[in-house]
Write a protein that binds this ligand. Structure first.
Ligand code: NAP
Ligand code: F7E
Length: 320
């Protein structure tokens, strides 16, 4: 039985990856950090199936202890301060966890001295200021403290691969969403807001810049790509994306359509509090390499994903 250790298991991707690996017959360990009130919303269903270990990406020894306890074949480093907007408020903490956190996990693996495959959650935010389709060779120009921190984590993962012959891969994942997405991200903020309007709990949604375009995929499709990367003969880095871009306006239109509203504009307010000091206006990825080498393609469409998210939020809010 293969063993996997996941950092960030309480998050959206971590919980989906645990579901996926359990299906594959893995023994799964997940690192949780200590918080004053436990948040197990995304992982309640994993209790009794996954072994939870206490650790923190800011604490090197805790990572080494978790590694020894799990003795994994594969480590998936998904933990991060992952909210781009917040990274301007806490740039140092974002650098420490999102950037140096990856280094701490890599160092733990290096001193552990057993062969462990390592996945790093890299991101399209590293491309940042781009205007065309991005692939693995596109130059980076991050636009936030988060993007800069992720770029450090990306390069240190590659550097440890080259320096110590470690099996390290980076998945350059474009935006992916789903029912377990945090409510501050624009996708879930919209689907939760639409559900509230539908149920008469609210009459509008306040958003920032509506002109950004994103390449939005569905999270359960994307965790499969992470696993596929670690099953290859040689470690390599891959862009994971749908290849299609949509504006936030199009996301709104699709979400309101689920509840039968066409004129969504009268329900949306613009609020400067949600604008960012520097914006990433356009992201669209070319995952030809992943398709060719991993056999990976996304299966859930933009509208299907949004329909699932809106229906799920209506169900959660109505308690049905
Ligand atoms: P998420 O839902 O925000 O989950 C982040 C996870 O990191 C949570 O489990 C969180 O734990 C954990 N974490 C935060 N600080 C920690 C610390 N100091 N020590 C240990 N754990 C800590 O993020 P996600 O959307 O699932 O994304 C997973 C990874 O992929 C992240 O690294 C993200 O940056 C990256 N990524 C995401 C996307 C996307 O579109 N979703 C795209 C590209 C890359 P708590 O629950 O305790 O906060
Ligand atoms: O913003 C705009 C905002 O916060 C998307 C993370 O998973 O994907 C995610 O980062 C866009 C931006 O995601 C609001 O300005 C408008 O242009 O949902 P988001 P993100 O910044 O793209 C990447 C790939 C990651 O790696 C990250 O970890 O939407 N926007 N109005 C808004 N965004 C938010 N959050 N809230 C608004 O009210």
């Amino acid at each position: 039985m293969k063993k996997a250790l996941i950092t960030g298991i309480t998050g959206m991707d971590g919980s989906h990856l645990a579901d996926f690996l359990l299906e594959k017959g893995y023994k799964v360990y997940g690192i949780e950090r200590r918080t004053s009130t436990k948040n197990r919303t995304n992982i309640k269903h994993l209790e009794g199936k996954v072994t939870f270990l206490m650790g923190d990406l800011s604490d090197q020894n805790s990572l080494l202890r978790c590694l020894k306890e799990a003795d994994p074949d594969e480590v998936y480093n998904l933990a991060a301060q992952s909210f781009v907007g917040e990274s301007w408020n806490t740039p140092e903490q974002s650098a420490d966890i999102t950037g140096a956190g990856a280094l701490r996990m890599l160092e733990a693996i290096r001193v552990y001295e057993k062969k462990v495959k390592f996945y790093q959650a890299s991101t399209s935010e590293m491309f940042g200021k781009m205007e065309h389709l991005a692939n693995e060779n596109t130059k980076f120009h991050p636009r936030s403290p988060y993007g800069v921190a992720k770029l450090y984590a990306h390069w240190i993962t590659i550097n440890y691969r080259e320096s110590y012959d470690m099996f390290n891969v980076c998945g350059l994942l474009f935006n992916h969403e789903g029912e377990r997405r945090g409510k501050e991200f624009v996708s879930r903020k919209i689907t939760d807001g639409v559900a509230r309007i539908h149920l008469g709990l609210s009459d509008s949604i306040s958003l920032g810049n509506l002109d950004s375009k994103r390449d939005w995929g569905y999270a359960p499709d994307y965790v499969e790509a992470m696993w596929l990367m670690l099953q290859q003969d040689k470690p390599n880095d891959y862009v994971i994306a749908t290849g299609k871009d949509h504006t936030i306006g199009e996301f709104l239109s699709s979400a309101f359509n689920v509840i039968g509203i066409d004129d969504w504009k009268k329900y949306v307010k613009q609020d400067s509090r949600f604008m960012r000091p520097a914006e990433v206006y356009y992201l669209r990825g070319d995952s030809t390499k992943a398709k060719k080498e991993l056999g990976w393609t996304p299966t859930t469409t933009f509208d299907e994903m949004i329909t699932k998210m809106v229906k799920n939020d209506i169900k959660l809010l109505s308690g049905s």
